[in-house]
Design a protein around this ligand. Structure first.
Ligand code: FE
Length: 161
């Protein structure tokens, strides 16, 4: 994607934290991604590219490339934004209380670049009961196996001497 060419930190595998200045972010990101990620914007419901998206694959942070969710953790929600019941790993997301607009909500941010993603609510489906309500604009999709999901490390088989 041409927009990533200007982004010096974009990577689907580098897990090191990203700390750019706002001026550097402004240069690195398309305007719509900058608005969501850095200004905590919200896209209008039912307008994003992923609320109805059903392909198998991984959803990465559009600001830094960090894998955030997989199609395995996505569910059909009537809210108009892509909705997930769990992130790809615990550390892929960070949380913060958000009391703006007279509401008490929990903001979710990218664990690598701290870009704003959306909010998490406690009205999701089993097994977690959570609904991660995420802006499409801040997601990049890479199709392929849902096996991109990080698996528990397999137990090492002790070799007999
Ligand atoms: Fe990120």
């Amino acid at each position: 994607m041409e927009t990533k060419d200007k982004n010096p930190v974009y990577s689907n595998s580098d897990t090191s934290k990203v700390n750019l200045t706002e001026a550097e972010w402004k240069k690195a990101l398309p305007e719509d991604v900058y608005h969501i990620a850095r200004e905590k914007g919200t896209e209008r419901a039912f307008t994003g590219k992923f609320w109805e998206h059903k392909e198998v694959g991984t959803y990465n942070c559009a600001a830094c490339g960090n894998p955030l969710f997989t199609s395995d953790g996505k569910f059909e929600s009537s809210c108009g934004w892509p909705s997930f019941f769990e992130p790809i790993t615990k550390g892929s997301i960070i949380y913060a209380p958000d009391n703006t607009y007279g509401m008490s909500r929990t903001e979710v941010m990218c664990g690598r670049c701290k870009g704003h993603l959306g909010h998490v609510f406690e009205d999701g489906p089993p097994p977690t009961g959570l609904r991660y309500c995420i802006n499409s604009v801040i997601l990049d999709f890479s199709g392929g196996s849902a096996g991109a999901k990080t698996k528990e490390p397999e137990k090492k088989i002790e070799k007999k001497p």
